[in-house]
Design a protein around this ligand. Structure first.
Ligand SMILES: C[S@@+](CC[C@H](N)C(=O)[O-])C[C@H]1O[C@@H](n2cnc3c(N)ncnc32)[C@H](O)[C@@H]1O
Length: 469
């Protein structure tokens, strides 16, 4: 529901094109990523950007906004909560939807709290989505989003499939959990954090999400000319490593920046972590779960769900520095085997070092795809268990079909994106498997991000006993 807006004074161009579509992408408001194209028509239409709308906010949407309606169009409203009546300023006007920031809360949700961070307000830092909600409400909203994604993308009713989902809290609270933050650096060398959907930076004095030494790194008070980012990283110890990001060589498609060159500026080049009591050493610039309690929680969830047995064969895809590979190797013991697959050379080197005492586990440098899965099965035989933990894009339907065809007794899928997880679960279900379990963890408090651990099992498995719960 909405009132008519105050007439906006801005207008937008609608650009027709024979080739590459409309204007710059949502993360490219300055047009830095535009490529040349043939403009066949230019129409000027009214835009609501800048208009103030009175909105009744309905449910939550993926990505840290809530949903409202204005004259039949969906409005994605940030800084709001379901059930609230707000005054919101339109920040983006698209053909089928609007984006807006709630700037005045006329009827507040009981879940609302004052944001602890002074930068977490409309138009300022875009790093957090839910600073204005209690922790309980944040986790409830994330559970709702996961359920929505599974219903919409996989056609699965989670309540009916695995029972009501709760997002589990990790120890440590809502603040002071980020063990790694990359601050962007502007053309003048000043570090900061990006505003929401913008290249502009908020020059924060500190970030309360960071652990001590990371969120309040002295690097924020320094100038970093010629760099694209400055990253502060801490392992289990008190030492903090600073990494400089410089523009990488070459060009990327669609105006994207090539990957940065990353080098240590100060602090130890390697950091130490533990998972379920086991020690790991990882390059400071390498991959590790950002929340200090996350690797333990996910590894234990995998053990609980899959119950790996001595002597079993396990494949650990997207293995990173071996966080799960080591734990799985200990579970199957020397009579079993674990093969980890990872594409990044540095992570492979770290994983090899972390696995050195377990010769029945090895790491293979390769890109995971359906062909690699088929090749592994041909080389070492069908696995009993598969673990996968892909980046946000997910593994893809082809990989899931290849994994289910390999015939393991179960698959444990760790995912930081419920949408791509739902897509991949749907592929497994299409291959005659079922979603047998789903846990979710609040590994990114104050943000809209959430981590899931899904268990997939074949509908029936004639050959092998399944020891897991
Ligand atoms: C989310 S991380 C998981 C790492 C590890 N499981 C952990 O928890 O520390 C994903 C990893 O997949 C790797 N990766 C990304 N795409 C890949 C691909 N196509 N094939 C193999 N590894 C890939 C990345 O380098 C990264 O180490």
């Amino acid at each position: 529901m909405s009132e008519r807006p105050v007439a906006p004074d801005r207008r937008r161009s609608s650009v027709g094109s024979t080739a590459s579509g409309g204007g710059a992408g949502p993360n490219d408001p300055g047009g830095a990523g535009r490529r040349s194209r043939t403009v066949v028509s230019v129409a000027v239409v009214d835009s609501l950007v800048g208009a103030r709308l009175r909105l009744h906010v309905d449910g939550v949407a993926a990505g840290g906004a809530c949903v409202a309606r204005h004259e039949g169009r969906v409005v994605f409203v940030r800084h709001a909560l379901p059930g609230e009546r707000v005054l919101a300023v339109v920040t983006e006007d698209r053909e089928r939807y609007l984006r807006a920031d709630a700037v005045e809360i006329e009827d507040a949700s009981p879940d609302r709290v004052p944001a602890p961070c002074p930068y977490a307000t409309p138009g300022r830092c875009g790093g957090c989505d839910w600073q204005h909600a209690t922790g309980v409400a944040q986790r409830r909203l994330k559970a709702e989003v996961i359920a929505q994604q599974f219903a919409r993308i996989a056609g699965l009713d989670l309540d009916g499939t695995v029972g009501p989902l709760t997002v589990e809290e990790l120890p440590g609270g809502l603040l002071g959990w980020r063990s790694r933050i990359t601050f962007a650096v502007d053309a003048a060398g000043r570090p900061g954090l990006h505003r929401h959907r913008s290249h502009d930076l908020e020059h924060v004095a500190s970030c309360p999400l960071g652990v001590v030494g990371v969120g309040d790194t002295p690097a924020l008070a320094r100038s970093w000319p010629g760099q694209t980012g400055i990253e502060a990283v801490r392992g289990d110890g008190p030492e903090v490593t600073l990494l400089a990001h410089r523009p990488g060589p070459g060009r990327q498609a669609r105006g994207r920046r090539p990957p940065d060159r990353v080098s240590v500026v100060e602090g130890p080049p390697e950091v130490r972590h533990t998972v379920l009591g086991r020690p790991y050493t990882v390059a400071a610039g390498g991959f590790w779960q950002v929340h200090p309690a996350a690797a333990d929680a996910f590894a234990q969830a995998l053990l609980d769900a899959l119950a790996p047995q001595p002597g079993e064969r396990v494949v650990d895809l997207y293995a990173g520095s071996g966080a799960f590979t080591v734990v799985l190797a200990d579970a199957v013991g020397p009579s079993g085997s674990v093969i980890g697959v990872e594409s990044a050379a540095g992570a492979v080197a770290d994983a090899e070092r972390n696995l050195a005492d377990r010769p029945w586990a090895r790491i293979q440098r390769a890109r995971v795809d359906a062909g690699l899965v088929a090749g592994l099965v041909a080389e070492v035989g069908p696995p009993d268990l598969v673990v996968l933990d892909p980046p946000r894009a997910g593994a893809g339907a082809d990989v899931l079909r290849a994994l289910t065809a390999a015939g393991p007794r179960a698959i444990g899928y760790v995912s930081c994106d419920p949408a791509t997880l739902a897509r991949d679960v749907a592929a497994a279900v299409g291959a005659g498997w079922r979603l047998a379990g789903l846990r979710a963890f609040d590994a990114f408090p104050m943000t809209a991000h959430v981590e899931c651990v899904a268990t997939l099992r074949p509908e029936t498995h004639p050959d092998r006993a399944d020891h897991s719960p």
